[in-house]
Design a binder for this molecule. Structure first.
Ligand code: ZN
Length: 134
């Protein structure tokens, strides 16, 4: 597998529209895409910066993974995503290295990416997302 770059940093927020002010008005970034991912019960906004992006995540459901994350940890950085060249190969590589995967198969991610999460117990308590976008 080839790990190509930090694709994005995922930040859990309570209120996407309020949080956007900091990233747009203060930092001067622009929202490139916004989407509801039903499967993950989340509303997502992407703000490109250089070769990478900030991903803001607001829960659409009190039982969704982002709502539960905020309940436990408060708002803040939730995951870091690495772009890989071949996600199926990357998952097999991870497993061969003894990593525990949350997703053993790629699933749909915002923007049409294929994504898979590595269990934080295998990655020093950092939730790592592997992503492949063609
Ligand atoms: Zn992400």
């Amino acid at each position: 597998m080839k790990t190509l770059k930090v694709d994005h940093i995922g930040i859990a927020v309570k209120n996407l529209d309020e949080t956007l002010e900091f990233y747009t008005d203060v930092l001067g970034l622009e929202v490139q895409g916004s989407e509801i991912v039903e499967e993950q019960k989340v509303r997502v906004a992407f703000l490109p910066i250089g070769d990478s992006e900030i991903e803001l995540l607001e829960s659409t459901d009190p039982d969704g993974p982002i709502a539960r994350f905020i309940e436990k940890n408060g708002e803040g950085i939730q995951h870091i995503a690495f772009k890989v060249d071949d996600i199926e190969e990357a998952i097999e590589h991870m497993k061969a290295k003894g990593m525990r995967m949350i997703d053993e198969q790629p699933r749909y991610g915002a923007g049409g990416a294929k994504i898979a999460f590595v269990h934080p117990k295998s990655s020093n308590r950092v939730l790592v997302e592997l992503t492949q976008r063609d």
